[in-house]
Design a protein around this ligand. Structure first.
Ligand SMILES: C[S@@+](CC[C@H](N)C(=O)[O-])C[C@H]1O[C@@H](n2cnc3c(N)ncnc32)[C@H](O)[C@@H]1O
Length: 503
């Protein structure tokens, strides 16, 4: 679960129902306390044990569905101060699970804002491509809220650490396309009811029309920035299945009974070709739209779909992408983000460690070098600072308060307007071939990199040698040329090692 997700533990259902009385009829009282989870074996066991047996009695689907709706509404009402209506015959998104996606996306947008600090006044603008579409209660988790109202509420309540983007509150916009008239109607109702008309635009899309392109053509009013970016992100929870048979097969494979069965309308669950085709269409359109959107993202229900989408991205030579997974109880989901821009995400956001997905991961944007010779973090920090100050043409700055990494000994952000460190550049310099012109200070840097002094490593290593775990971490933040990033890290790394050796 995402570390900022406030639902690490089940809520106090009694308190929740007190705050949102429509939940009260669904409370289940057991020896173990109050729950609403009909599928919770402990709640079932308390009843059945009195009869000397352990039979799990599942209530009808309709009760589970209604109970889940009330739970989602209650959490959104109490924790996000939003009143919503979830249509009875549409999917009810589980709040903690969906919040994992939102928080990861929040991290992606934050990382992008840090890499482009000159743009910090801009408004956040996104497309909620049927992810939490407002119809099905996504309203409170729609990025428009997370990146403005609700996010500030969450932050204010101390449920999450202060986010960089929480300073980018007013004027954020969300476009919410859908094809389903019932969902659209409910979305419009929820938007009006929560006075969010100036933030959220509900758009009717055509099933046979474009998925994203039309939104860039018609809804760029006020959203486009000077560098031509119309949207910061797209997000999507696609219909997972190809047809009804696939839904039934998936339900049969689930060993935990009806709670695991999702009973949405066909338009929510089924798309021709399933989620791979749905997200694949977005990939194809993004190839045309390119940098007008910073990050295209989607959730995926199957690991095999992640494989197919990564393959498609590689076919289109998109190397700037990120994969993550969300594990919540018995449910596992994946998400992918891709970009045609030059902002790079750290490995903690872009890569996951599960062995079965390793061949799908993007190349590393976080490189580490160990310095056993360093006596302490302070020692390493003083050497790195001195070396970076001498790097020709490169600007060095300290991160702003919202940009700092937790637990770092020293942190600097370097920006290079041109290559002065690669072997080729140094060879040219050695042969007296100098640059004809001074670098243009207004031009985009070719490399932005965060250098962090950290103490990490396993406990055994720490016991043996405190200094064995002292490292430099290089996070690639911006740039198009991977070889420049890699050559920069080894150039600085060699200089640091030499300086430490000479100390
Ligand atoms: C899996 S449901 C998402 C439900 C809910 N928003 C959630 O996150 O749980 C997929 C949604 O995609 C919508 N949809 C299907 N085809 C679409 C299209 N071509 N463009 C936009 N939305 C579409 C469906 O109407 C449905 O609301």
């Amino acid at each position: 679960m995402h570390p900022r997700n406030p639902y690490q533990n089940p809520p106090d259902f009694q308190q929740l129902a007190d705050a949102y009385p429509p939940l009260k009829p669904y409370l289940v009282y057991s020896y173990h306390g109050v729950t609403i989870d009909f599928m919770d074996e402990s709640a079932q066991r308390s009843d059945s044990s009195q009869m000397g047996c352990r039979v799990l009695i599942y209530p009808p689907y309709s009760i589970i569905e209604t109970q889940n709706r009330r739970l989602t509404e209650a959490l959104l009402y109490r924790d996000f101060q939003v009143t919503i209506n979830i249509p009875e015959d549409r999917i009810c998104p589980p709040v903690p699970n969906r919040l994992n996606y939102i928080l990861w996306l929040q991290d992606v947008v934050d990382a992008t804002a840090i890499a482009e600090p000159t743009d910090s006044e801009r408004k956040i603008s996104g497309i909620d491509m049927s992810f939490y579409n407002l119809s099905s209660s996504g309203l409170p988790f729609s990025p428009s809220l997370d990146f403005c109202c609700n996010w500030s509420v969450v932050t204010h309540r101390g449920l999450a650490s202060l986010s960089f983007t929480s300073s980018l509150l007013s004027g954020n916009r969300l476009f919410n396309p859908d094809v389903d008239e019932k969902s659209l109607e409910s979305a419009r109702f929820n938007v009006r009811r929560n006075n969010l008309d100036d933030r959220i635009t509900v758009v009717k899309s055509k099933p046979s029309g474009s998925m994203l392109l039309h939104l860039f053509e018609s809804n760029s009013d006020g959203a486009s920035t000077s560098n031509g970016v119309h949207f910061d992100f797209t997000m999507c929870n696609p219909p997972f299945y190809r047809n009804r048979e696939e839904i039934l097969r998936s339900a049969e494979a689930k060993e935990f009974g009806p709670a695991a069965v999702c009973t949405g309308a066909d338009v929510e669950m089924i798309a021709p070709g399933g989620e791979v085709s749905f997200v694949g269409r977005m990939v194809q359109e993004s190839v045309e739209i390119r940098t007008k959107c910073r990050w295209y993202t989607s959730m995926l229900g199957k690991l095999s779909s992640l494989t197919e989408i990564v393959t498609l991205l590689r076919v289109h030579h998109v190397d700037n992408y990120a994969c993550t997974e969300f594990v919540q109880g018995r449910t596992r989901r994946w998400a992918i983000a891709w970009s045609f821009g030059d902002v790079r995400l750290p490995d903690c956001l872009a890569r996951i460690s599960s062995t079965e997905a390793q061949n799908l991961m993007p190349a590393r944007n976080t490189l580490r070098q160990s310095y056993p010779q360093a006596k302490s973090l302070v020692h390493l920090a003083s050497v790195v600072t001195a070396i970076c100050a001498l790097l020709h043409d490169i600007s060095v700055r300290s991160p702003l308060p919202g940009e700092q990494c937790a637990g770092a000994g020293l942190e600097i952000i370097i920006a290079a307007p041109r290559d002065t460190w690669s072997r080729a550049a140094r060879r040219k310099k050695a042969h007296g071939i100098t640059m004809q012109t001074e670098p243009d200070s207004s031009a985009e840097p070719i490399l932005v990199c965060r250098i962090v002094c950290v103490e990490e490593g396993d406990n055994r290593m720490r016991e043996e040698s405190a200094s064995g775990s002292i490292k430099l971490r290089f996070d690639w933040m911006k740039g198009r040329d991977r070889s420049l990033y890699e050559s920069f890290t080894s150039h600085v790394g060699r200089k640091v090692a030499a300086a430490l050796g000479a100390c």
